[in-house]
Design a protein around this ligand. Structure first.
Ligand code: SF4
Length: 233
C-alpha cells in the first residue's frame, strides 16, 4: 500500500525502477505535495501501479457509485478490470448502453455527480496546478464540482515545470497520441504538432480546458501519483 496521504505520503526512492525515477521522486514529490496541500489537494505517492491499485481498493468502499474519466493510466494499473469485475456500482456501462444521443448526453450529465470520480491527469505543474483538457468536458465537470470525491491518477511523466509547459505537453504530446489512437485527422494527428487555429470540428479533442488551482471542500480531491514507469499519454 502507499505509505500515507499528504506530504508525509511520499516515500522517496523506496521501490522506483530507475535512477531517474528515484531522482524524480526524491526531488519532486515532497515539493509537489507541499504545493498541492497549500491548494487544498492531498497527494498520495504509490511506488508502482500495483500499489496505486491497492490504494484505490482500500480508499473506495465496495458498492460505491463510481465513474471513471477516460484515462490510459487506469487501464495500465488494472483499475478498469476492477470496475468490470463488479466491485463497484460503475456508471459508464449504463451510458455506453444508451443508443439515443440526447438520452446518452442526459445520462452522461448525471454521471458527472458520481460519488467517486477516478480519472487521469494531462499535466501537473510543480506549483500544484492540475491541468486537464477534454473534447466535450464531462470529465472536467465532475472534476470541478460535480463528483463527491475525486481521485486523479498520474504518473511522474505528467509533472511539468509550469502552465506553459503543461499546455505544450497537452497539445504536442498527449493530444497527438490520443488523436492517433482514435484514428482522427486533426492537425496534430497528421503532422505531430498542434495547429490550434486550423483545428475545428467534431474531431477536435481540445474543446475545454480546466486548470484546478484550488479545492475548497476538505478531503474532496486527491492526486495519486504513481512511480515506476510512464503512465498514460
Ligand atoms: S487543438 Fe486540435 S490539433 Fe491541437 S492538439 Fe488539440 S486536437 Fe490536436
Amino acid at each position: 500500500m502507499p505509505s500515507t496521504r499528504g506530504t508525509s505520503g511520499t516515500s522517496p526512492g523506496r521501490t522506483c525502477s530507475s535512477a531517474e525515477n528515484r531522482s524524480n521522486v526524491t526531488n519532486s514529490v515532497p515539493r509537489l505535495a507541499a504545493a498541492l496541500a497549500s491548494r487544498g489537494v492531498s497527494l498520495v505517492y504509490a511506488a508502482d501501479g500495483s500499489e496505486a491499485l491497492s490504494y484505490l481498493l482500500q480508499r473506495i468502499p465496495p458498492g460505491a457509485r463510481v465513474m471513471n474519466g477516460g484515462s490510459a493510466t487506469l487501464e495500465q494499473i488494472g483499475f478498469l478490470d476492477v470496475l468490470r469485475g463488479g466491485r463497484y456500482a460503475w456508471l459508464r456501462p449504463a451510458i455506453a448502453a444508451v443508443e439515443d444521443r440526447a438520452e446518452r448526453i442526459r445520462v452522461r450529465r448525471q454521471a458527472t455527480t458520481a460519488d467517486w470520480l477516478v480519472g487521469g491527469v494531462n499535466a501537473i505543474t510543480m506549483g500544484g496546478e492540475i491541468v486537464n483538457v477534454d473534447g466535450s468536458g464531462n470529465r472536467l465537470a465532475g472534476y470541478a464540482f460535480g463528483a463527491g470525491k475525486v481521485i486523479l491518477v498520474a504518473g511522474l511523466n505528467k509533472l511539468v515545470p509550469d502552465l506553459t509547459a503543461a499546455i505544450e505537453r497537452i497539445r504536442n504530446t498527449a493530444a497527438v497520441q490520443e488523436c492517433r489512437k482514435l484514428a482522427l485527422h486533426t492537425p496534430c494527428a497528421v503532422t505531430g504538432r498542434c495547429d490550434n487555429d486550423a483545428c475545428r470540428g467534431p474531431e477536435r479533442q481540445c474543446g475545454k480546458i480546466l486548470i484546478i488551482e484550488n479545492e475548497k471542500i476538505a478531503d474532496r480531491m486527491t492526486v495519486l501519483l504513481v512511480g515506476g514507469s510512464s503512465f498514460g499519454f
